[in-house]
Design a binder for this molecule. Sequence first.
Ligand code: CO8
Length: 258
Amino acid sequence: MTHYTTILVEKRGRVGWITLNRPEALNALNAASVAEIVDAAKAFDDDAEVGAIVLTGSDRAFAAGADIKEMADKQYVDMFLNDPFASWGDFGKLRTPVIAAVAGYALGGGCELAMMCDIILAADTAKFGQPEINLGVIPGIGGTQRLPRAVGKYKAAELVLTGRTMGAEEAERAGLVSRVVPAGELLEEAARVAETIAAKSLPVVYAAKHALQAAQETTLEEGLRFEKQAFAATFALDDQTEGMAAFRGKRAAEFTHR
Ligand code: CO8
């Protein structure tokens, strides 16, 4: 898929940018945008020249949720047997780190999409929430699972059960966002973080991301076992030799991603 209608895609140096672009619907996620976001992200993931991905929206909205107009007439069987959002699973399997740069609304599926990313940078205008309860449904792509892991059971329960929206400062205090920045600096800061990651050794970055994911998905014992193996495996890389030689030589490392 190369011609996208709901997103803008651009490669800048070693960073892949995906910008949600349905301004008429505050970037609500419909079947087309889900397919396009996943397709573009997988293409960047397969591109060895891309070391980090930034996913962003507009000043007004990262994404105001799943597209309610598209969902409204669906039946149980449509959502269960022909799940229009099934391909999100592939987004969670990306090996490349994804930075969500969030300004404005990140609600429902928008908040869930941000939580599928590795880093969430929030503009001071960002608003997060899981308002599905107001529509007579519940979160469907991780809101009841990732939000409690990020902010703890009690704040997650309050947000999911009342549908309340929280601002960027509260989200940072609660641990949902990595950092809050002034709205005018969001994309610049996202670029800086992405470029910093993309300059590291690619296979080492993949290993670090997988180990961090294990922390969310498994027991401490399993996670520590995985980390130990992955740590040892980095010693098979030229980039480990280079990184440590550079330290000893008091110079910057030049990673070859091997
Ligand atoms: N779906 C479809 N259209 C939307 C959505 C949405 N989620 N959000 C906003 N829009 C549209 C509005 O209908 C409006 O279009 P129009 O002018 O044609 O009527 C346009 O965007 C602008 O919106 P508003 O006029 O409402 O703008 P306001 O500034 O007054 O309000 C709000 C902004 C508060 C964000 C408001 O639009 C709102 O409450 N939106 C809905 C938020 C919401 O409930 N989100 C959760 C949706 S359910 C969900 O996400 C389930 C996830 C499960 C799976 C997800 C897979 C991706």
